[in-house]
Design a protein around this ligand. Sequence first.
Ligand code: SF4
Ligand code: SF4
Length: 313
Amino acid sequence: MSIDTINTEPATSPADARTRNVLIVGVGGQGVIMISKVLALLCQTQGLQVKQSEVHGMAKRGGVVFSHVRFGPEVWSPTIPMGEADVLIAMEWAEGVRWLPFLRPDTGVFIADTQQVIPPFACRNREFFATPAYATETTAEIIGQVSDGFALDAGRMAEELGNARAANTILLGTLSASLDFPLQEWLSVLSQFVPKGTEEINRQAFLLGREWVEKTREEPDGAVALAPAPAQPEARPKIDVRLEITREWCKSCDICVKLCPERCLELDEQQIVRLKDPDACTGCRICEWLCPDFAIAVHHESRDAATESGKTA
Ligand code: SF4
Ligand code: SF4
């Protein structure tokens, strides 16, 4: 656990008199800490005192990561008590469900990505289509329990925007719609945290998330609830598996190679992952879930489509 305290002159506005609490949760590789640091620096630039505490899980996808950010004129404890988070922002669905008791029951804002990162050990049967042990609550059930709730597929929105890795920035944009800081200040601080050359795509992702919340608030039915998981049909479908490997994003960490249950991956002569045994791959998606750099995407294609295109890696 690490605790960072940023002391500045306290704000004096009565409107800012109460300490605000934002809890950011997710799993390794999703950008929880980035969101927390942007928020902390933004508060600092606004003359508020900030305390930030965080716990990192495994430094790879799958390990739990959470960060408490508390800000106000004067902040004492670095951790948010149960039931006192003004905003709970979850970058992974089950983590959002798990931390729900920390949200203020009367006024708390719940924002969750419907993305599921299923821990490998929750996959009792690693065959494709096996049912993992995972949160069974639907978005409709959870949104119905909170005062103000939003569930969105930030990963898909980021893909449609042109950069799958901008999902965390979309979520940061959704967070901004629930906190009273000027838009230009958010954008200015964000630009200091994103990789050089990605400022524009991250600006667009931020605005997309922010505008999605604003638009959703105007809709009569409130939050858009997307089902986190499709209903499981009774029979296993006939599918072929296609692994899409983005070589430029692979950093040769070897995690997928070591944890593929079928041992069908390897690093090539340039230390980039490749599928060495396509016939052994079951399409379980563990490599995709665990890759910290989004370098593998597992596609399930119907047998008919695959017959036309052939199985590729
Ligand atoms: S390559 Fe990936 S999808 Fe295929 S069996 Fe291994 S972990 Fe599962
Ligand atoms: S594909 Fe991902 S998990 Fe596999 S070696 Fe490359 S970076 Fe590591």
